[in-house]
Each structure stands twice: as C-alpha cells, then as structure tokens.
Design a protein around this ligand. Structure first.
Ligand code: CP
Length: 301
C-alpha cells in the first residue's frame, strides 16, 4: 500500500489532520493556482456507488490541480464481466494511472488492495469511513471556531449506517472535541455516546444532521416525514434554541422536510453549502499530499 493513501481517519495523527486543514485553507487563498507537475497527474475516479459531492468535487480538485482525469464508468467496465476490485485497480495502475479515488459499498474494501502501489484515496467505504467528508467537516468547524479543541458537537440521525458519523467521531475526539449522538434509538451504535437532542441543543457548538440511508435498509417505519422532523430533525424550534454562535451542518444529500426544515438549509447558522465548497479545498489538499508534497510553508504564503 502506498504510504500516502488516505483510507481511514484512524491512519491520520492530529498533526497530519492539522496539516491537511492548513493546506486546504491556503488552497482557498495564497495557493489558489498551485498545480501538480504534469508528469504526476493522471488520476482515475472509480465510483461503485452514487455520488454528487464527493465524485465531482474530487474531479474539480483534480482539474484545478492540473491533473488529467479518467472518470471510470463502472457499468461499462469489465467489472460487469466479474472482474474483481483488485484486478480492476491493478489494471488502472498498469495502464499508468498515478492515483485512484474509490467509493465502494464494501466496508474496508481497501484491505484487498494492499499490493497496489499507487495512492488510493477513499471516497467512502460501506458504513466504515468517509475521510474526505470528515476532513471537510473539520475544516468547516475549524474556519468557524479557529480550533477543534473543546468543541461540543452533536450528530443526529441515522448513526448506525453512517460512515460520516464514524469518521467524524474518530477525528473529532482525536482533536479534543466532545462528540455525542442523537436520534432514533434503533439507529444507535455501540460506543457512540447517546443523548437526547433537546437536552443538549442549547450547549452545542455544532449540530450535524445525517441523511436517512434507505439504500442501507433504514426506514422511518410508521413515522411520516413531518413526524421525523418534529421528533428528531432540525426544525425552527430547535434552531431558535441554539447558541448565537452555533452552526448547523449536514454531509448531504439532504432530505428536505425530513432531517432539515427546508427553510433552514440556507439559514444564517447553516454551513451546508460552505461544507460543499470546502470539499474541493480539502480534496486538493489530500491529492497534493498523495503525491508526496510537504505541507505549504505558511511564512512564504
Ligand atoms: N456527502 C457525500 O458523500 O455526498 P455524495 O454521496 O453526494 O458524494
């Protein structure tokens, strides 16, 4: 496995995370036009699951960095003839790709890719990890509060199936934040401290809502969308109870009127579209790192 692969937030130290965030911030300012040398810039995007944000912000980041991008259409590839994930990635490596971004429904799919030499950037694996989503979430909080240490974060919703919840828990705790989890009891997850959202909403710095993952078997059962919003969602009553300085977030895509009152998606405390913007900065930062470039030197910025 290439040492610059980004597979899980467990692999990153606190210092690694801060370096990625600092580079991402600089990509938004002094290093806006920084590009990779052409010789190191052939990237394949291999998405086995649907995606808008991750897929196309990776592509945007790659193009901004001067990469050449191959968007692999899995449905037209030899995967449909039964070719394994390992063989598919090995073929891409043999053809000459310098890095590959992969989203796959299998938890820790990358464990079968240990013999691949090019960097692998994980665009989400099963219910386990979503490192670049996590990093853009961290960047959004870091921009807002200037630190992650001591932040009080509540993540609410379909915790059980959420790779975002898992990655954010891992990283936020590493960075010194407190993270607790709210939502329906059936979606609780072992080791994830449960709270009632209404008990903690006034003290939270960040409240992040999660999408109900129907594709992984989640269902509201007898509850209507409106009842879910009332019991567990970000509605106007909860929004009004939050601190003036607090923010609301969602990894997307949002089910409007279920996890979020539609009027709150672009409300003053919402950072939903900011998160999406930050996705490009973070992905530029992890691609730069994947090619072995050291962090930008701030004093030269
Ligand atoms: N947050 C997220 O992963 O969104 P996409 O599925 O659209 O990439």
């Amino acid at each position: 496995m290439n040492k610059y692969s980004l597979l899980t937030m467990k692999d990153l130290t606190k210092q690694d995370i801060l370096q990625i965030l600092d580079d991402a911030l600089l990509f938004g300012t002094d290093y806006k036009d920084w590009q990779l040398p052409r010789s190191k810039a052939l990237i394949a995007n291999l998405f086995f699951e649907a995606s808008t944000r991750t897929h196309y912000s990776f592509e945007s980041a790659e193009l901004q960095l001067g990469c050449k991008v191959a968007d692999i259409d899995v449905g037209k590839s030899s995967v449909t003839k039964g070719e394994s994930l390992y063989d598919t990635v090995k073929v891409l490596e043999s053809i000459g790709y310098d890095a590959v971004v992969i989203r796959h429904s299998q938890d820790e799919y990358y464990k079968e890719l240990e013999n691949i030499s090019i960097p692998i950037l994980n665009g989400g694996d099963g219910q386990k990890d979503h490192p670049t989503q996590c990093l853009l979430d961290l960047l959004t909080m870091y921009q807002e509060f200037g630190t992650l240490e001591g932040l009080n974060v509540v993540i609410c919703g379909d915790i059980l199936h959420s790779r975002v919840a898992a990655s954010d828990k891992e990283a936020l705790e590493k960075m010194g934040a407190t993270v607790r989890f709210a939502g329906p009891e059936i979606w609780r997850r072992e080791g994830f401290t449960p709270v009632e959202l209404d008990d903690v909403i006034e003290e939270a710095d960040v409240v992040m809502m999660l999408r109900i993952q129907k594709e992984r078997g989640s269902s509201l059962g007898d509850m209507t969308d409106a009842e879910y919003l009332e019991r567990y969602g970000m509605n106007k009553t909860r929004y009004a109870r939050m601190k003036d300085t607090a923010i609301i977030m969602h990894p997307g895509p949002i089910n409007r009127g279920v996890e979020f009152d539609t009027d709150l998606v672009e409300a003053p405390k919402s950072r939903y579209f900011k998160q999406i913007q930050n996705g490009v900065l973070v992905r530029k930062s992890v691609i730069k790192r994947a090619f072995g470039y050291p962090p930008f030197e701030k004093e030269n910025a």
